[in-house]
Design a binder for this molecule. Structure first.
Ligand SMILES: Nc1nc(=O)c2c([nH]1)NC[C@@H]1CN(c3ccc(C(=O)N[C@@H](CCC(=O)O)C(=O)O)cc3)C=[N+]21
Length: 300
């Protein structure tokens, strides 16, 4: 039987409707909408495309949206001063500094400078610590892990007691999703294994997974033989493997592939997320949810 496709583009609609409702309520209570500032340093094409999606979505749910597009050669001190300005700005609830940053800027110094109460990415050490201590009751869950958990819940994938294997140990996906799913709670309480580039036999670990979460950034890394029949496969990879001309707009757009050999996996998995249209859109939806929550926590 072919896998059930978990479509992020569909789930996103429900979440954004919920956020838009929450924005209305907050506006009635406080007289202002949630404010989100996106800070983009330089002109990396992938970053530009993600940030413009975030801005478009912020408008759609009724946020005040501020864009800071600054030059690649900005000094670290100037960037830190800009963050401080938004830390003090009461109309701004969420500060997002798009990663990666240019090499001359120390990423962890920049993240440390964001007020944890406005850290809607949940990258600040305070929020990382909270996630580790409190699991899903932490004030902010990082957007991609939160999106993945939401997909598991809404698709009805059994997670409690399941074998979850996470491929990748990044600070923005691998480590936090592993942490989230091993805690007690809804769509959690799993037995979690994290595998990475230092792991001896990737395939044998993956084959044991009831839920396989792949965030390695390597196109076609996961072959169908690595998938246990009926398993849930969550593909976090967004690899730009080429370019094509869009039939709709006539513009050149990137061709995206996940980390999983999708067509082959369809015949083995029980559930699967597509790329594009899977985890990516959920990540952006959860950013909106976090920004709404930031305003609630700061004002109510
Ligand atoms: N401070 C910060 N926060 C982030 O959340 C953050 C970041 N930096 N740096 C880069 C990664 C990557 N990321 C994605 C978000 C949406 C899609 C997404 O919506 N993808 C669409 C396709 C988008 C397209 O066509 O380019 C999809 O998969 O269907 C992908 C990737 C957020 N990140």
């Amino acid at each position: 039987m072919a896998a059930e496709i978990i479509r992020g583009t569909e789930l996103r609609e429900t979440i954004l409707d919920e956020v838009a409702e929450g924005v209305k309520t907050l506006k009635e209570k406080t007289g202002r909408p949630p404010g989100l500032v996106t800070i983009l340093v330089g002109e990396n094409p992938a970053s530009l495309s993600y940030v413009s999606l975030k801005i478009k979505t912020a408008h759609r749910v009724g946020f005040k949206e501020v864009q800071e597009n600054i030059a690649e050669d900005v000094s670290e001190a100037d960037l830190l001063a800009l963050i401080e300005q938004y830390n003090r700005d009461d109309t701004i609830d969420g500060i997002l500094v798009q990663l990666p940053l240019p090499k001359h800027i120390d990423e962890s110094r920049v993240i440390d400078a964001i007020d944890p109460a406005k850290d809607v990415d949940a990258f600040h050490p305070v929020n990382v610590g909270r996630l580790m201590l409190e699991g899903s009751s932490a004030p902010f869950i990082p957007c991609t892990p939160a999106g993945i958990q939401e997909m598991l819940v809404r698709a009805g994938v059994p997670v409690a007691g399941a074998e979850v294997v996470v491929v990748g140990r990044s600070n923005i996906v691998g480590k936090p999703i592993a942490n989230l799913l091993l805690q007690k709670g809804r769509a959690a309480n799993a037995t979690v294994t994290v595998v990475h580039t230092g792991t001896k036999d990737l395939a044998s670990h993956c084959r044991r997974a009831d839920v396989l979460i792949v965030a390695a950034g390597v196109p076609n890394l996961v072959h169908p033989e690595w998938i246990k029949p009926g398993a849930c496969v969550i593909d976090v990879g967004v690899n730009r493997v080429g370019e094509r001309v869009s039939e709709k707009t006539g513009k050149t757009v990137a061709v995206l592939r996940g980390d999983v050999d999708y067509d082959a996996a369809l015949g083995v998995a029980g559930w699967i997320t597509p790329v594009p249209g899977g985890v990516g859109p959920m990540t952006i939806a959860m950013l909106m949810k976090n920004t709404l929550k930031a305003m609630e926590l700061r004002t109510l």
